[in-house]
Design a protein around this ligand. Structure first.
Ligand code: AKG
Ligand code: FE2
Length: 274
């Protein structure tokens, strides 16, 4: 029988949460955002979203045009666009679970993506994939590289594109294909999040509605010695980074990982002071 998608509260103990992830590869966390955070981030992003057309502007490869969706609005650099995101970045269940699952393989982890994904009416289903395949040059066996979450900033329904996810697929051979009955949908209310491991199969759902936008936030961490998917040093201007809490600056990459990521052969944190 296919695994079901478990639902847990965000107050869950981090070790328990890590156990669900290690077992299923994915779990829905309810009350992942406070009402204040949900309203704050939505309000701070509304104008930028309204000013952004769906589809990619500068694809790095043709295959990403279809993958990222012609009817989907994507905005990155959320730490520069939303102060509420600063508090969400330090959101306790995300950092506590990253402490559990990523710190065994790095000194500290990094913010990998702060990206808004708003799936529009008529968008087709995204191919199931593993986010960790972004680092496909790293061959098996490899440590867990990434913990990600898709936060619902609007209600996620089957019709408007709730994320597809395949519980248990993080343990599969890389080329095993998911059967229809193994695919679950992350139907959840705004403020909840689908938390998943970087090696779990998932993808955006089709939006079959005529007029609903499914607004989600793709937020997660990677091992601190990897190059992050999003180039945080360019999506978040230095002047904005200077205003951020120290832990948020560290998560953006202003903390070196040993000898990696240095400036003036030393800590980039010194740049933020000046
Ligand atoms: O929009 C979604 O629900 C998932 C998007 C996704 O998995 C991705 O773009 O990597
Ligand atoms: Fe993905």
């Amino acid at each position: 029988m296919a695994n079901q998608l478990e639902r847990v509260q965000s107050s869950i103990d981090a070790k328990e949460l890590a156990k669900f992830l290690e077992r299923d590869g994915a779990v829905v966390v309810t009350n992942a955002l406070t009402e204040h955070q949900l309203a704050g981030i939505n309000g701070e992003l509304d104008d930028a979203i309204a000013a952004t057309a769906p589809g990619l502007r500068n694809p790095t490869s043709d295959r990403f045009v279809e993958f990222y969706g012609a009817r989907t609005i994507r905005l990155d650099g959320l730490p520069a666009k939303s102060k509420t995101f600063w508090s969400i970045m330090e959101s306790s269940f995300m950092t506590r679970v990253a402490d559990e699952l990523l710190l065994p393989n790095c000194e500290d982890y990094l913010l990998n993506t702060g990206q808004l994904i708003q799936i529009g009416p008529g968008e087709t289903v995204q191919a199931l994939h593993r986010d960790e395949d972004a680092w496909s040059y790293y061959k098996q066996p490899k440590p867990l590289l990434q913990v990600e979450a898709m936060f619902a900033l609007s209600d996620f329904t089957v019709e408007n594109g709730a994320t597809q996810v395949v519980p248990g697929s993080h343990l599969w051979e890389p080329d095993r294909e998911a059967q229809a009955h193994e695919i679950q949908r992350a139907v959840m209310e705004a403020g909840s999040a689908l938390l998943y491991l970087g090696n779990a199969l998932h993808g955006g759902g089709a939006n079959t509605t005529a007029d609903q936008w499914r607004r989600g936030m793709f937020f997660g961490f990677v091992l601190g010695w990897l190059r992050t998917e999003e180039n945080m040093f360019l999506t978040v201007p230095l002047e904005v980074a200077r205003e951020m809490p120290t832990r948020a600056q560290e998560l953006l990459g202003y903390k070196a990982h040993g000898g990696i990521g240095v400036v003036d052969v030393g800590s980039p944190m010194a740049l933020l002071a000046g």
